[in-house]
Design a protein around this ligand. Structure first.
Ligand code: HEC
Length: 88
């Protein structure tokens, strides 16, 4: 039982960590052109996780962020957790 609790704690702190990273990267690079209102606009083009990944990838490479795939993924996770809430 203790082990299970520990595992759960470790896992959830990992998630929080990933989201922190995504949040920071996003604030650093992505708030120049649009704020979060872009993600909640009525006519959002983003319908699913795949769209979201493509759009983040598109914006990130346009910007030349030089993000590693795992950094890009943490931003996708952050945006999904915060705004889009698609199921994986
Ligand atoms: C150079 C300006 C610019 C920067 C910087 C930028 N974006 Fe965008 N982004 C846009 C524009 C313009 C659109 C709207 C595109 C459209 O409607 O076709 C957009 C749309 C989006 C959307 C789709 C929103 C929706 O729900 O329809 C996402 C997601 C997104 N950007 C993510 C990011 C991320 C992540 C970053 C940081 C890597 C970023 N953007 C940085 C210009 C930018």
């Amino acid at each position: 039982m203790k082990k299970l609790l520990l595992m759960t704690l470790l896992l959830s702190s990992n998630v929080i960590f990933a989201n922190e990273e995504g949040k920071e990267l996003h604030e650093e690079s992505c708030m120049r052109c649009h704020g979060s209102e872009m993600y909640t606009r009525d006519n959002s083009k983003i319908q699913n996780n795949f769209d979201l990944r493509s759009q983040v990838s598109f914006c990130a490479s346009n910007l030349g962020t030089g993000w590693f795939p795992d950094e890009e993924k943490s931003v996708v996770d952050y945006l999904n957790g915060q705004y889009y809430k698609f199921k994986k």
